[in-house]
Design a protein around this ligand. Structure first.
Ligand code: ADP
Length: 607
């Protein structure tokens, strides 16, 4: 038993508990894991959206180049186009807010201040930069000074304040120096960011330059700058064969936004998005440099714009603009995590529970098997003893009679009676063992004949009486009913009564009362045989155990009373086969009362 317990603990219980502890720990981390998975997938979505917006801007530059080339083919010379570029471009290209043409040396051919308010404002805002008379902070795709390390400070409009600090001596060098000390806060703080620093600081930084230094010897490009907090996006093109002429355009922002909106509905964005756990439970947004949405994938959605679930900066083309993703139901991940936690937790506890229950059942079964094995061993020694005792006295008295050593006729008869009584004890024991074996094999007698319980009991008592008198056991019979007719196996019923009387003799303290009575039942009456004695009785805990095969009370074992532990088992099983039972109740005033209770057949004619 101890060995089985150690094996159970070492091989099953301890490893299971360790696994359960690990599982419980992972259950606790479920929300973090889910959020992380969701964030990774969502980040892919905003990264792709940011790339698409950039590509759209690149496409606008290409469109501009093609439009300019087309206009050039319609003009007599680049110079002639330069003079009227603003009007012609605006007429030819819907994205153009203002068209400009400049010479790298600083001459501005278009627009002219006389071409309307828009042109006048443009020249006022950008003229000095285009004619290389002013260094301004710009974001350009072609710029070389890409900066990544900054020190803490200044959110919003850091571009402008940085620009104001920049000196005039060596603009590019100063730009680099100042930019290194520059740190720009993003317009949003995503709840999840792959690198924590990216959650707050912008990767898109300006550098100081005038127009000539910006374009260098390149053919085309895009440049953005902030003017009084307003973003200006320009594209430019230097056509081959146009000398030092550069054509450019300031883009009309509302039209640009209009062109960006359809990107939010791209099927590839939806495809990546729907692979995330909460499905399409999100809204995509393009946020401008103030962190306000300019386009939404779900019109009408209202969110905490400053705190998207994830966001990606669009880049130099639209500095401080963001591609952002908002969860529609922010509690969904928590709910999914809770459901998962609950499911996993229940499984873990159910498993541990069933392991413990299984262990307990196994232990109980092992204990039962061990008890049975012990009882069987006891049974063999008890039966041997039971056989030996009567055989010894039979042999002794038979030898005495055979040798002619007994002259007294009275003693002669007495010895013969003892031999007969011991033989019937042997017969009863052997019958019990054989009947038990038969019942265990499922071969219980099915014979049913009309008989009278009163008659059977009387016969049994008559058989036992001489022997009991010999053993100084008082036996009285009380018949409280005329006849108790039933259908049954006569020999089996006699055996039950004999077993009960025999137990009364062995454990009953020398006084047995057998009582016959009829009990009224609802359907049919019951015939009862009570066998009462004045012995020690049965302790409450052992009430049912005494009916189990081979079970004997400690007291009986200690007092050396021989027995096989089969008498009551057989008595009950045989009674049950007749639709009745054998039950125990304590006798008033001390002792036991075993009752054989059988259903009576009122219409049966006794044989
Ligand atoms: P056994 O052959 O041991 O008598 P039984 O099945 O007839 O086997 O009885 C089982 C046990 O029940 C006995 O060993 C004894 O301990 C207890 N027992 C049976 N009858 C009585 C009784 N009348 N009084 C006290 N104990 C009894």
């Amino acid at each position: 038993m101890r060995r089985s317990s150690v094996i159970f603990l070492a091989v099953i219980l301890v490893p299971s508990l360790v696994l359960a502890a690990l599982a419980v720990r992972s259950v606790r981390d479920q929300q973090i894991i889910l959020e992380h998975q969701q964030a990774i997938i969502s980040q892919d979505v905003t990264d792709l959206l940011a790339k698409k917006v950039q590509a759209q801007l690149d496409g606008s530059t290409t469109e501009f180049v093609q439009t300019t080339q087309h206009l050039l083919t319609q003009s007599r010379s680049p110079r002639e186009l330069a003079n009227s570029f603003n009007q012609k471009l605006r007429a030819a290209w819907r994205l153009a807010d203002v068209g400009f043409a400049v010479d790298v040396s600083g001459a501005i051919y278009s627009p002219l201040p006389s071409q309307g308010t828009r042109a006048a404002i443009f020249l006022n805002e950008t003229g000095r930069f285009l004619s290389n008379r002013e260094n301004v902070p710009v974001f350009s795709k072609s710029k070389e000074q890409r900066l990544t390390q900054f020190e803490p400070v200044a959110p919003q409009n850091a571009t402008q304040s940085a620009a104001q600090q920049i000196g005039q001596n060596d603009p590019m060098q100063q730009s680099a120096q100042n930019s290194q000390a520059l740190q720009i806060q993003r317009q949003v703080s995503p709840l999840n960011a792959p690198i924590p620093q990216q959650a707050t600081l912008s990767n898109t930084l300006p550098s100081e330059s005038d127009f000539r230094r910006l374009i260098k010897d390149q053919t085309t490009g895009a440049v953005s700058r902030f003017l009084e907090d307003k973003l200006r996006v320009m594209v430019w093109y230097r056509p081959p064969g146009a000398g030092s002429l550069v054509f450019g355009a300031q883009l009309a922002q509302p039209k640009l936004v209009e062109a960006l909106a359809p990107l939010l509905q791209s099927p590839d964005l939806q495809r990546i998005g729907s692979s995330s756990a909460p499905g399409s439970n999100y809204c995509l947004a393009i946020l401008d440099d103030r962190g306000k949405p300019v386009a939404l994938s779900r019109p009408g959605f209202r969110g905490d714009w400053k705190h998207p679930f994830v966001a990606t900066e669009i880049g130099e083309g639209l500095p401080h603009w963001e591609a952002a993703l908002y969860l529609l139901d922010t509690q969904q991940i928590r709910r999914s995590a809770s459901t998962l936690q609950l499911t996993l937790g229940s499984i873990v506890f159910a498993l541990i529970g069933s392991i413990l229950l299984g262990g307990w059942l196994m232990a109980t079964d092992v204990r039962r098997q061990m008890r049975l094995a012990q009882q069987k061993t006891d049974f063999v020694s008890n039966v041997s003893h039971e056989l030996k005792t009567p055989l010894t006295s039979i042999r002794m008295f038979a030898d005495m009679l055979a040798d002619g050593r007994v002259d007294d006729p009275g003693r002669h008869t007495q010895y013969l009676r003892i031999i007969a009584a011991e033989s019937s004890r042997l017969t009863r024991l052997i019958n019990n063992v054989l009947d038990f074996a038969r019942i265990e094999r499922g071969e219980a007698s099915r014979e049913r004949r009309a008989c009278d319980l009163v008659e059977i009991t009387k016969e049994v008592i008559d058989t036992c009486r001489p022997h009991l008198e010999e053993a100084n056991v008082a036996l009285s019979l009380e018949i409280g009913s005329g006849s108790l007719s039933l259908l049954g196996d006569r020999d089996a019923l006699a055996q039950i009564i004999l077993n009960l009387v025999s137990n009364g003799e062995k454990y009953g303290g020398g006084d047995i009362l057998v009582r016959l009575r009829r009990e009224d039942g609802k359907g049919s009456d019951w015939g009862c045989v009570d066998v009462l004695d004045r012995g020690l009785g049965i302790p409450a805990k052992q009430l049912e155990k005494i009916f189990e095969p081979f079970h004997r009370l400690e007291d009986s074992l200690a007092s050396g009373i021989s027995g096989s532990g089969l008498g009551l088992t057989l008595a009950r099983r045989m009674a049950q086969a007749h639709g009745g039972n054998v039950i125990y109740s304590p006798r008033e005033g001390g002792g036991s009362c075993f009752t054989l209770r059988l259903p009576l057949q009122t219409s049966v004619e006794t044989r």
